[in-house]
Design a protein around this ligand. Structure first.
Ligand SMILES: Cc1ncc(COP(=O)(O)O)c(C=O)c1O
Length: 445
């Protein structure tokens, strides 16, 4: 097909997600390598979003492509109840990198169904029903995962979503309503306030009704909210105290993104269940997983787990995951992400010093955000949360894309989530474009 037809037929027949079909704007992509991809006109884009926050090892790594090809030639598919070499190998590899005693894995196709299955497991294991999740969260678009999600993406589907989810507030220091007059509060006390809030909700809802607390370890699309010191440990303690399972969604924050294999490693916390996807295969094939402690798996030794997927453990996806993890190990990508993260953090601080429209910058590893405001005093966002994107934010987005940097903007927050292989120079180049785009924001103050 020639490039005109590719665009023509894609527009004619494809149904686009998260979009009004008439307004959708798509990039006709031809190829991708390293931290770049190219459209059919030969325009190069620096990928500051790892496509969909997933291509952690970078594009076009031949080692993963070879592994996929080899698997396709040997055994392209096997059923959910078949033992295969990639199933055996991936379970072994994941056990080595997962925190603590998470050593059983239920494979899914992506993040949403990993979270859905985590909810099923938690409910069946505890015999309880409610799930506590946070407002500034995204956990997937299926009817269970969207019920867990806190932002507008859930509101649009209510009331027809999975029942039993109760939301609570995120420890979001920059916009904490409780601390507007206490901006100097220590991290420990700040964490304690949010843990007290969570405990109050547990007590109001009744601990005997709550199966799990399910949270993104570091909030992704909703603004890279990094838990303050003591928070994750405190959630673990509350879960232990009240017999609630701790489930962390590491779909976006896992696989080196934050400079550790999993974000929970920063706080030495061992959840009962971790859900993963995206970076698990770096997007080379669809795959998610629910990692659980052996005692949760053992609960189902004599009870049927009512759940399954045709493509549970698809050999090609499993092979892609094995090769991805090996690439990360061979190339030391977790350590590289940590190192580059220091550079990113410094560059973000420079932008904050330079631009009055930057209200806050946050990052951990190569997981960064720039939060734009109309006024640093009032912190009024440049585009309202859960509102259509403001014209200024639209112009910023257009400028950045026109200048060859591909990234994701969520309301007033610019996200920086590049492949972990990015060099310091490439980081600087991307941030240089953002620096120029921020003049649009400054002019709008
Ligand atoms: C934290 C988090 N959880 C779950 C999901 C859903 O994953 P998927 O789109 O693979 O269903 C996403 C996707 O962006 C995510 O960021």
């Amino acid at each position: 097909m020639n490039r005109d037809d590719i665009l023509k037929y894609s527009m004619r027949h494809n149904f686009w997600t998260w979009s009004a079909q008439e307004n959708v704007s798509v990039i006709p992509v031809e190829k991708a390598k390293g931290v770049y991809f190219w459209d059919f006109n030969g325009k190069q884009y620096l990928d500051f979003n790892s496509m969909v926050m997933c291509v952690n090892i970078g594009h076009g790594d031949e080692r993963v492509i070879d592994a996929i090809q080899k698997q396709a030639k040997t055994l392209p598919f096997a059923g959910p109840h078949m033992a295969t070499e990639p199933r055996a190998l991936l379970g072994k590899l994941l056990t080595e990198i997962m925190p603590g005693k998470l050593d059983h894995f239920l494979f899914t196709l992506g993040g949403a169904d990993a979270n859905e299955n985590a909810v099923k497991l938690a409910r069946a294991y505890t015999g309880k029903f409610k799930i506590l999740a946070r407002y500034r969260s995204y956990h997937g678009a299926t009817m269970g995962a969207i019920a867990l999600t806190g932002d507008r993406r859930r509101l649009e589907w209510e009331p027809n979503v999975m029942p039993g989810v109760v939301h609570f507030l995120d420890p979001y220091r920059y916009r904490s309503v409780f601390h507007q007059n206490k901006t100097e509060i220590s991290e420990a006390l700040f964490s304690k306030d949010y843990l007290n809030h969570l405990e109050e909700i547990i007590l109001y809802e009744g601990p005997e009704t709550i199966a799990a607390i399910l949270i993104e370890t570091v909030t992704g699309t909703n603004g890279i909210i990094i838990p303050p010191e003591g928070y994750m440990q405190g959630v673990r303690t509350l879960c232990d105290q009240y017999g609630i399972l701790m489930v962390t969604d590491e779909v976006m924050s896992g696989f080196g993104r934050t400079g550790k294999w999993f974000a929970v490693n920063h706080w030495g916390v061992e959840p009962d269940i971790i859900t993963v996807a995206k970076g698990l295969t770096s997007g080379y094939a669809p795959l998610g997983a629910v990692a659980m402690k052996s005692e949760i798996a053992a609960h189902f030794n004599d009870k049927v787990f009512y759940g399954g997927l045709t493509y549970n453990g698809h050999p090609i996806s499993l092979a892609a995951a094995i090769a991805t993890i090996q690439v990360m190990q061979e190339d030391g990508l977790v350590g590289k992400a940590e190192q580059r993260g220091i550079k990113l953090s410094n560059l973000l601080k420079e932008l904050m010093n330079k631009h009055p429209s930057v209200g806050d910058v946050r990052s951990i590893g190569l997981f960064g955000a720039i939060e734009l405001v109309k006024d640093r005093e009032t912190k009024e966002p440049l585009s309202g949360f859960n509102q259509p994107l403001s014209d200024v934010m639209k112009r910023i987005k257009e400028y950045i894309l026109d200048h060859g940097v591909f990234l994701y903007i969520h309301y007033n927050v610019i996200l920086i989530i590049p492949p972990l292989i990015i060099s310091e120079e490439q980081l600087e180049q991307g941030l240089d474009v953002i620096d120029k785009a921020l003049k649009i924001a400054d002019a709008a103050l």
